[in-house]
Write a protein that binds this ligand. Structure first.
Ligand code: ACM
Ligand code: ZN
Length: 563
């Protein structure tokens, strides 16, 4: 993508770039003369602090474009859905430049969003000179990412209030940018603890600011079924509620250290709410991938409809953590009918090409004892219960494919044979992902070591809120390279990376944000920025600016250098 890019090579990182011109200050355009130093290539990639670091960027210190009420914003219609975010933000300055969508010829004192079909789907070029601002992209999505870079160049105070200023100085810069990976994701587990719709939207906004494009939404679990399904109303009437919640680690069970909430817990998303999230995310160029877990992690569904299990007995929705023995019966046709119905309704809500079907941590002991499951093994000449799991996933895969969609599953779906065309989400390290890539399957890397945001962020655990374990600080996330261990050919199958935010102990938004920020920013750079442009020391400097933005936006974050 941005093939025709600039020759500037000086990439220092100093100096302040944004300032406001307020009240009766001189807003004359002549003030922004070309700095002598810039001519001598004493060019600073000023303190633009963009995260993720763009693919290529250079700036001429002391050159600015002055945006004021006389500036014309010219937007190609096809880019409008991305560009409008810039228009909305500028309106926070307190003045309203004219917006035209009929012509995009570049003229002085204009901000132009123009089409350039040589640029890739998610890429953009952004050039700010004292004369104008020119954004080029081939899609509204690329234009949107340009607006997110521009947003990070605008005063922090514009995030929130309407300012009473007459102009904004935007630093001269030239950026040519495109992502390293297609899949830049984060998963929220809204089952162990529920995430309010407004909180999801806040997180989607923040994901979008960092050019993340995939929101993986974990919706069914042992501890609660969270998505309304018309054909099976008991899934949410019964399956969305549990009697209590363990507030401590599983290892405290049966000991005096175990603490319980002592009250029931539950909630679910109506179809309208889920569709609203899909729409909200789509407007910010984020795809929502729903996850309907199978064949394990199914206790809440079994509580609603006990016939889904091998034994056909009721099971209380789980109040503790860990891996349950309960599993959908693979021997009954009614199980597949149920799952096909659920997936059909799910696909009606979520237009994503990819549907997550779970597949992890499915214990096989119930299948070993179930006559129907054993008959299924025999009738299909399967070797064992691992091949039965593979049979299960392959059937679901075929169904999902018949609807024009594709499946992704946790790396356990490799066991017993991988379904045709299935994508693999590698979480038990990268081994499963590497194996799948070598087999020619698409892969999303999300190894626990670097991508599990339910891990502690400090070795000093006593000073941290309760987490599942592990140690994954910002520096560790930053080191994440999704193609580690793969040759060039194999690396082509790596679609990207993703953070997973499991919610056993994350009970509210404040804690959620503490676990996500700024680790998500480190991940965004790991999945967007070319390896050779990554620099952790520089990232840490840029982070400081983002902390200020978070303060303004009311985001609860954990400073990377907190002890
Ligand atoms: C997982 O963390 N069980 C996918
Ligand atoms: Zn069975």
């Amino acid at each position: 993508m941005p093939r025709k890019f600039f020759a500037l090579t000086c990439m220092a990182l100093t100096g302040s770039v944004i300032s406001l011109v307020s009240g009766c200050s001189n807003t004359s355009k002549q003030k922004c003369s070309v700095a002598q130093s810039a001519k001598k290539c004493n060019i600073a990639t000023a303190d633009l602090s963009i995260i993720p670091q763009p693919t290529a960027m250079a700036t001429a210190r002391e050159e600015f474009f002055i945006l004021d009420a006389s500036t014309k914003i010219k937007i190609d219609k096809s880019l409008y859905d991305g560009a409008k975010f810039f228009v909305n933000r500028v309106s926070n300055a307190g003045f309203t430049p004219a917006v035209v969508t009929s012509c995009t010829t570049v003229e002085n004192n204009s901000v132009v969003f123009a089409v350039d079909n040589a640029i890739g789907e998610e890429g953009y070029i952004l050039e700010v000179t004292p004369k104008n601002v020119v954004i080029k992209a081939s899609t509204a999505k690329g234009a949107f990412y340009a607006t997110q870079s521009l947003r990070q160049m605008l005063p922090v105070s514009m995030e929130k209030e309407v300012l009473n200023i007459t102009a904004i100085k935007i630093p001269a810069v030239k950026i040519a940018d495109e992502p390293r990976f297609k899949w830049r994701g984060m998963m929220l587990d809204s089952c162990r603890h529920f995430t309010e719709v407004s909180d999801i939207k806040k997180i989607i906004d923040l994901m979008a600011m960092y050019k993340m494009n995939t929101f993986h939404w974990h919706l069914t679990e042992d501890q609660g079924w969270r998505l309304a399904i018309d054909k099976y109303p008991l899934l949410t009437e019964k399956g969305a509620f549990r009697k209590d919640t363990l507030l401590t680690h599983n290892r405290t069970l049966g000991k005096k250290d175990a603490k319980w909430a002592g009250k029931s817990y539950g909630n679910f998303y109506s179809k309208e709410e889920a569709k609203d999230i899909v729409k909200y995310a789509a407007e910010r160029f984020i795809t929502v991938i729903p996850e309907i877990e199978l064949p394990g992690h199914s206790v809440a569904a079994v509580h609603a409809y006990p016939w889904l299990s091998c034994e056909g007995k009721d099971k209380a929705v789980w109040t503790r953590w860990g891996i349950s023995d309960d599993i959908y019966c693979a021997g009954k046709e009614s199980t597949f009918k149920f799952l096909e119905d659920v997936l059909t309704e799910t696909m009606d809500i979520f237009p994503s090409k990819i549907i997550h079907i779970g597949g992890d941590e499915a214990k096989k002991n119930k299948w070993k004892k179930c006559q129907l499951c054993q008959k299924r093994i025999k009738d299909n000449n399967l070797k064992d219960e691992h091949e039965l799991q593979s049979y299960f996933i392959k059937r679901i895969n075929k169904f999902v494919q018949s609807k024009g969609r594709e499946i992704i599953g946790w790396d356990e779906i490799l066991e017993g044979g991988l379904a045709e065309g299935a994508m693999v989400m590698s979480w038990r390290g990268t081994r499963g992902g590497i194996k799948a890539a070598k087999m020619g399957h698409n892969v999303v890397m999300t190894p626990g070591s670097h991508c599990y945001f339910d891990h502690y962020q400090s070795k000093n655990k006593a000073n941290e809120p309760l987490a599942i374990g592990g140690f994954t600080n910002v520096a560790k996330v930053y080191q994440f390279n999704p193609t580690n261990g793969l040759n060039k050919e194999e690396a082509k199958f790596i679609q990207g990376g993703q953070a997973n935010v499991w919610h056993e102990y994350i009970r509210d938004q404040k804690y959620r944000e503490y676990m996500i920020f700024p680790r998500l920013l480190a991940l965004s750079e790991a999945v967007w920025t070319p390896m050779e442009k990554k620099n952790y020391d520089d990232f840490k400097k840029r982070l400081e600016k983002h902390y200020k933005r978070f303060d303004t936006l009311g985001v609860n974050y954990r400073r990377h250098d907190k002890k």
